[in-house]
Design a protein around this ligand. Structure first.
Ligand code: HSE
Length: 297
């Protein structure tokens, strides 16, 4: 039986649309083995597709096809700790689980690079799948076939506070609202900030992070799809966040906070409740530097 844990991820990191992402210490778990039929179940209360539409199963099948192997059937158990459709990489975690699990079942014919490429081909962009596989913060360029990436481990005194609403926002809808073209000025605005963000995070110049997360490619449009998004940003900054950005396609707002700010989550939740935003919860995470790995019970 293959047993894997796969981290949640936060993509874009503000200005790095489809290019930057990092892994968090929140994990889905899967157990899988070849079987003579399809047997898929959820080991917690999260409902998951139990047929061929299951994303882990689809990814296992894809990898078998790439390797020219026939998948007889699959026994799969899932534990879904990553909230779904919230901008925390739940679908990427399924894709990565399927690919890494299938690769292990076949004796690891594909390299880490191959898996990063295949995962991005399935997802369409690499900024959740690559950090879910590799851990750390990943800078990635996807040329449509291959991902050119750098993974950097991050050891900081930062925590990532996910401010998660009780409603979902599909990536499909959150991508459909984006413009087809942007101005040269806006392109420069974003690329300078994405570069500043990475360099500042990795060198500890945290006072730059607030500027580094500003962007004109996706957040202004997605803010309109996330009720009370601006108020949530304001509350996060009021309680001392270095930066706040829409995590992935949203609707979660991610606040980057100093470890020493020990009451951030409590104060933020208190302010949210006072503002009538009772459906939002605050959960703090650290960066995961390892990525997908085997686990034992
Ligand atoms: N870069 C992606 C987006 C992440 O913002 O649409 C969500 O999958």
């Amino acid at each position: 039986m293959i047993k894997l844990k796969i981290p949640a991820t936060s993509a874009n990191l503000g200005a790095g649309f489809d290019a930057l992402g990092l892994a968090l210490d929140l994990y889905n778990e899967v157990e899988m083995e070849e079987y003579d039929k399809l047997d898929i179940s959820s080991a917690d209360s999260t409902p998951v597709p139990t047929d061929e539409k299951n994303l882990i199963y689809i990814s296992v099948s894809d990898l078998y096809k790439v390797c020219g192997k026939k998948l007889p059937g699959l026994r799969l158990r899932q534990v879904n700790n990553i909230p779904m459709t919230r901008g925390l990489g739940s679908s990427s975690a399924c894709i990565v689980a399927g690919l890494v699990g299938a690769n292990k079942m076949l004796g690891e014919p594909l390299s880490a690079d191959d898996l990063v490429d295949l995962a991005a081909q399935i997802e369409g962009h690499p900024d959740n799948t690559a950090p879910a596989l590799l851990g750390g913060i990943v800078t990635a360029v996807f040329d449509g076939r291959k991902v050119h990436w750098v993974k950097q481990e991050v050891f900081t005194k930062l925590k990532f506070a996910a401010i998660i609403p009780d409603f979902e926002l599909s990536t499909e809808k959150a991508r459909a609202c984006l413009p087809q073209t942007v101005s040269h000025k806006d392109a420069v605005y974003n690329l300078s900030r994405a570069a500043l963000f990475s360099a500042s995070l990795l060198t500890g110049k945290f006072e730059n992070l607030r500027t580094g997360v500003h962007d004109r490619l996706h957040q202004p449009y997605r803010t309109e799809l996330i009720p009370h998004c601006r108020e949530v940003f304001d509350i996060a900054y009021t309680h001392g966040a270095y930066a706040a950005y829409i995590s992935g396609a949203g609707p979660t707002v991610m606040a980057i906070v100093d470890d020493s700010n020990e009451y951030f989550a409590g104060k933020t939740k208190f302010s949210l409740d006072n503002a009538g935003l009772t459906g939002w919860t605050v959960r703090e995470f650290k960066i995961d530097n390892i990525g997908t790995r085997p686990f034992d019970n």
